[in-house]
Design a protein around this ligand. Sequence first.
Ligand code: OGA
Ligand code: MN
Length: 301
Amino acid sequence: MNTVAASDATPEIHIRPCSEHTGAEISGIDLSKPISPSTLETITNALHQWGVVLFRLQTMTEAQHIAFSRHFGELEVHVVSQYSLPEYREILVLSNILKDGKHIGLADAGQRWHSDAGYRREPDRASVLYAREIPAPHANGETAGDTMFASARAAYDALDDSMKQRLEGLKVVYSYIRAYEAKMNEGSSSRKPLTDNQRAEVPDVVQPLIRTHPYTGKKIIYANPAHTYGITGMPESESRALLNALYAHITQPAFVYRHQWKVGDVLMWDNCVVQHNAVGDYKLPQRRLMHTTRIKGAAPF
Ligand code: OGA
Ligand code: MN
């Protein structure tokens, strides 16, 4: 007779760092099932500590993806809502796939270092990205369509005291509209001009250059080359030089984890702790299909 293991025992949860500062894989959790309060606490602590958490081999329906994300707060419908799923507006489709000659999703999302929705007065707390189709590897066997993450918290910690003092109290301008139009001018094929309503939803905002994590109290460098347009009250050339130096500092290899996707991977990241950058090194017939949800956050301070 076969013996059956007790089925009500909670499987063990393991956390394994992906790199020295950034990213950790959490195993032993099925995201399609209800999540207990203690499991939620484990995930939240790992998210805040590592900036990115990875769950492998997941199978979630759209409703389960939304239900998991809702544990962390209310969800946001992305400003480019033409690529939200009609029946699940909280899910944004990122994809290079064409159907009847039309894009089914945003084809070039996130292909610069950025954090999500820093251009909103209340940026996204976290994002949950689920891999449904991953580009076939390159002919040399290397993976395609990776996503890189950099810890802007580890980068802050590594600054010397005089630099920390110089940055304290500075403010930066964020602009979604300028960033979007820059992409359009580069010939982005899945972007139509923003409507008046879309423009009204994302006016330029001013954010602190150094922000404090709302849960851990740690300081973080909060500026990125995709959406940040200068330090207020500082001459343009000085501002540009300082920001470029910070970007190079944040994205140095010591603070970066580069994720090689497998179908079924779910990555959740804390937009306060890390920045990310999607590597656009693939094209059709290499197909990429990702679903993402965005969890609303509070105004940075
Ligand atoms: C995002 C994003 C990166 C990727 O979902 O916010 O930037 O690799 N995506 O698709
Ligand atoms: Mn992004």
